[in-house]
Design a protein around this ligand. Structure first.
Ligand code: FNR
Length: 343
């Protein structure tokens, strides 16, 4: 298990952690949700449940695509899946492309299904793969949905990265022929309304905006190419709040997952108030998994979920629908973005 690809998976984990920033750095600081002094609700009234593809889930939170493809990351996947099983949260595996090339690595992904037999699991492949690969990835983890990541910026910064970004035809075929829901996701660079319009035109119904503000694959890949750094791309892309504002330009919206820089329950509340249907968290969970034993990580995650409910109460939001009606105020910078984008 020491192929170049496996090594890269280990490197992504260690570098994501190296560049992990404190919760204070989140792009959601540009959004304020206004305090209401009279919630007229009790904690027992709060209902944070929602449905993922018709299946009830306790919170609108997803453990995001991160890993698999090496011995070490297989162990991380097992731990993430145990967290998903204990909390009832859906979970995505990292890109399975490596295991399609090297089948002996498939167990580092399928361990997730073994650890969370009844959970909602999302498979993950990169755009540029065809229907057969998509089907194989789904079968590998007996997935309930498929994430297809679009990562042009990451590939551009990787010296060994792809330079062919004709993706829409294959995506269209996958959406047409795959029986489970397909989520097209970014990897931390965000999406414009135009991107989402193009995706919807080929039948995509679910997007994961994954904006800038959390894990930065610009920083990670720049670090991996020290001699030819494209450090000027470290700030490339749209933040998650910017991406969420972009969605207001759409006449019809897909189902939206907001990931990228979701660290605290407050970030999550803001993203949902801005119109997201789900939020996804990657780097912050990884940070806890890497630094804490499993029991402590589960305690942290359960506290996170309890605090999420407490914030719904504080904002007077009995349901997720109520959260969407909350008053938001944007920082001057975010407001300027909205103005210049005619939002
Ligand atoms: C990722 N991410 C990711 N996404 C994807 O679609 N396929 C993948 O294989 C990976 N791999 C991966 C590895 C590691 C170590 C991390 C931390 C992340 C991206 C992830 O799903 C998410 O879009 C971004 O990390 C932004 O979310 P956070 O980290 O800011 O919460």
């Amino acid at each position: 298990m020491t192929s170049k690809q496996s090594h890269r998976k280990d490197e992504h984990v260690s570098l994501a952690e190296k560049f992990h920033q404190s919760a204070e750095m989140t792009s959601f600081r540009q959004v304020r949700i206004l305090h209401q002094s009279l919630p007229e609700l009790a904690l027992t009234d709060i209902d944070p449940t929602t449905a993922f593809n018709g299946q009830k889930i306790p919170f609108p939170l997803l453990i995001e695509a991160m890993t698999g493809g090496s011995e070490q990351t297989g162990k991380l996947n097992a731990r993430l899946a145990q967290l998903a099983a204990a909390t009832g949260l859906p979970m995505a595996v990292g890109s399975q492309s490596v295991a399609l090339k090297e089948p002996n690595l498939a167990t580092t992904f399928s361990v997730v299904r073994r650890s969370d037999p009844n959970g909602i699991i999302l498979a993950n492949i990169g755009a540029g793969h065809g229907v057969l690969d998509a089907q194989a990835a789904i079968e590998m983890v007996q997935a309930d949905a498929l994430q297809v990541h679009i990562n042009a910026a990451q590939e551009t910064i990787m010296p060994e990265g792809d330079r062919n970004f004709y993706w829409l035809d294959q995506l269209a075929e996958i959406v047409a022929k795959i029986s489970v829901p397909v989520v097209v996701k970014e990897v931390g660079f965000g999406m414009t309304a135009k991107t989402v319009q193009k995706l919807m035109a080929i039948g995509v119904r679910n997007v994961d905006l994954s904006g800038r503000g959390g894990t930065s694959f610009a920083k990670i890949e720049n670090f991996r190419r020290p001699d030819k750094e494209m450090v000027y791309l470290d700030d490339w892309g749209l933040t998650t709040p910017e991406s969420l504002l972009e969605m207001r330009k759409l006449a019809t919206r897909p189902t939206i997952t907001a990931s990228g820089g979701i660290k605290t329950p407050l970030d999550a509340i803001k993203a949902l108030a801005m119109g997201a249907d789900f939020v996804g968290m990657a780097g912050e969970i990884l940070h806890h998994v890497l630094h804490e034993d499993q029991d402590t990580t589960l305690e942290w995650l359960n506290q996170w979920l309890a605090d999420f409910k407490a914030l719904m109460l504080l904002t007077g939001s009995q349901t997720l629908r109520d959260l969407r009606k909350q008053s938001l105020v944007y920082s001057p910078e975010l407001e300027a973005f909205a103005r210049q984008r005619f939002i």
